[in-house]
Design a protein around this ligand. Sequence first.
Ligand SMILES: *[C@@H]1O[C@H](CO)[C@@H](O)[C@H](O)[C@H]1NC(C)=O
Length: 327
Amino acid sequence: MATCSKALLFTILGCFFVCSALTARELTDDSAMAARHEQWMSQYGRFYKDDAEKAQRFEVFKANVKFIESFNAAGNRKFWLGINQFADLTNAEFRATKTNKGFKPSPVKVPTRFRYENVSIDALPASIDWRTKGAVTPVKDQGQCGCCWAFSAVAATEGIVKISTGKLISLSEQELVDCDVHGEDQGCEGGLMDDAFNYPYTAADGMCKSGSNSAATIKGYEDVPANNEAALMKAVANQPVSVAVDGGDMTFQFYSGGVMTGSCGTDLDHGIAAIGYRKTSDGTKYWLMKNSWSTTWGENGYLRMAKDISDKRGMCGLAMEPSYPTK
Ligand SMILES: *[C@@H]1O[C@H](CO)[C@@H](O)[C@H](O)[C@H]1NC(C)=O
């Protein structure tokens, strides 16, 4: 009887200690998380209007950190996620500000000429990185404006301007956003990359100007044949290319490094630029992409995405609607 009571007491005590230990740990976790949130807020200069907003943002931050940590802990992937400037946004908010708004799905396209069609795949370099050829300007930040289409078109245009004139000029996306409202594109509310190629560009400090003052004129654009990564490779070997992707899922939101081989969809909602391709030391083929979410996202603002995957549409739909400016 006594033994029994003792056992019962130990069970209760044991439970008490385990339970209180857990509570204490949860509290420690929460205060550690709160400290991380504070640290993140100062790193990214984030302020909230009141305690209620801060508490709500903290919950989002905490959920995102948990998602990122459990994704990385799975340890069986070729890429990893990290806490970045989007850490206090829900995925729905992220999509609303960074992707969807800035992209208009393409209407039915009239096929254009593809000037690289007769280029032999075997004759292409094994790898290319347009940064090493001085054809890529520093990574930009589209900010709250959903004008990813403009950044994508501008990156490809900066590339062809450098290749054809020898001059690397940082061109103005703002110009495109401000001035192209008369055409098909609707400034910050979204646009179509191919239409962006029909606009003359000025250098990044320019104001709205007429075509004669523009820093760069391009003739037009051509589409890379759809769903054909070999054709995309021919184009990228010759110049940076605008690429549309499905950039809305959480693995894109928090991509931090490695070769993205995730399970993103193909609902094209974001524009980036393909500026090269290569293989990792373990033989994984990838596209090198320039994004416009500043250098705190991804690999200093860049992203590597799996190349030549079995789905013809490419990783996140990258092979569905590539296009490039012509000069
Ligand atoms: C590719 O070669 C074919 C056959 O010679 C030719 O008709 C076509 O115009 C060429 N394409 C380009 C873009 O030069």
